[in-house]
Design a protein around this ligand. Structure first.
Ligand code: AMP
Length: 112
């Protein structure tokens, strides 16, 4: 099981801010901004590039959930950053697709 599957199964504790039949959203254990939430599909997709045709609806649901979480966290007006890290150079450390929602401070561009 991936780390996030174990969180979904409640084997590992997490600060859950949203859950529905398709995904869970938790606060990142090592936040990089005042708000840092991960939106994670319950179906394991290792990383974005391995998502399959037919998973468009799930991917769209993750993005809509990320935007809804950002709004609920008070970031609707100030703005927020969505990030998905793919592979080594992308900074991926957990091989279970997740959407980072970051906000509460001004982000820099280009990202590091
Ligand atoms: P990534 O580097 O894109 O794969 O993102 C993985 C994220 O998971 C990192 O930001 C970690 O801080 C976060 N993380 C790792 N373990 C946990 C955990 N037990 N609970 C919440 N977030 C975690």
């Amino acid at each position: 099981m991936t780390l996030f599957e174990r969180i979904i199964a409640r084997e590992i504790p997490a600060d859950i801010v949203h859950e529905d039949e398709r995904c869970i959203a938790i606060r990142d254990i090592n936040p990089q901004a005042p708000v840092h939430v991960l939106v994670i599909p319950k179906t394991v997709i290792p990383r974005l590039g391995e998502a399959a045709a037919g998973q468009e609806e799930l991917l769209g649901h993750l993005l809509l959930t990320a935007a809804a979480v950002a709004k609920r966290e008070g970031l609707g007006d100030s703005g927020f950053r969505i990030a998905i890290n793919h592979g080594h150079d992308g900074g991926e450390t957990v091989p279970h697709l997740h959407v980072h929602v970051l906000g509460g401070r001004a982000m820099t561009w280009p990202p590091g």
